[in-house]
Design a protein around this ligand. Structure first.
Ligand SMILES: [Zn+2]
Length: 131
């Protein structure tokens, strides 16, 4: 099965090792992709764990769980990115996540996310949502 993030690689060789903690994402984009796949598979704990501790309080696990599980995640599109390479400390990724709500309504979540690396680990810091 190809990975949820649309990489054309199998889930087991793409986002799953990050989600189960077998591997650490080396770029901001890898973290972003694995967080999308975590939404698609309902891995709420991973979404919380990869949110920077300074902004974690703004992200409610119950809300994330509800959103992750009441939606069918269709595809991820990376629109733009800056920094976020293995040698960087900061990066941004702009993406569109396509999903269908429980009522069948197709939706697009368009976000510009900021990422930060600390002690060799990438975290999601904050997102600006386009309406
Ligand atoms: Zn993936």
């Amino acid at each position: 099965m190809n990975c949820f993030c649309g990489s054309n690689a199998p889930f087991e060789n793409c986002c799953q090792p990050f989600i189960i903690g077998a591997k650490k994402p080396s770029t901001a984009e890898e973290l972003m992709r694995s967080r999308y796949s975590a939404y698609a598979t309902g891995a709420v704990e991973y979404i919380i764990k990869t949110t920077h501790p300074s902004t974690r309080k703004f992200h409610d696990a119950e809300y994330i769980e509800k959103w992750a599980q009441s939606s069918v995640w269709q595809k991820l599109e990376i629109v733009a990115k800056s920094g976020g390479a293995a040698t960087d400390k900061k990066g941004t990724v702009e993406f569109k996540a396509y999903f269908t709500e429980a009522n069948g309504e197709p939706q697009v979540h368009h976000e510009h996310s900021t990422f930060q690396k600390e002690l060799g680990k990438w975290f999601f810091v904050a997102g600006k949502i386009f309406s």
